[in-house]
Ligand binder design. Sequence first.
Ligand SMILES: *[C@@H]1O[C@H](CO)[C@@H](O)[C@H](O)[C@H]1NC(C)=O
Length: 98
Amino acid sequence: MASSSRILLCFSLFIIALCFSKNLFDDTESKEFVLTLDSSNFSDTVSKHDFIVVEFYALWCRHCRTLAPEYEKAASILSSNDPPVILAKVDANDQAKV
Ligand SMILES: *[C@@H]1O[C@H](CO)[C@@H](O)[C@H](O)[C@H]1NC(C)=O
């Protein structure tokens, strides 16, 4: 009896944590720090910023998708750095087609 209610408690905590982390994720998503570049504005943007990190990603790349929220988080932190560090991303798959 006691152990089954503990399992239930753990399970509810897990659900609450899941909802909470989803809200956190949505918050970071609404504010985009990572610049999206393509060949038309790539060199313009890169020359404008002293410190810029560019990630070349492909939609079929699972690791890139895993990295995306972490990259966004890093961008939000680094943008308030002094001097600010800009994080940008280029859809490498898209550029390959051009
Ligand atoms: C660069 O161009 C792309 C496509 O036109 C656009 O989506 C993106 O926002 C632009 N990035 C910057 C930093 O202007």
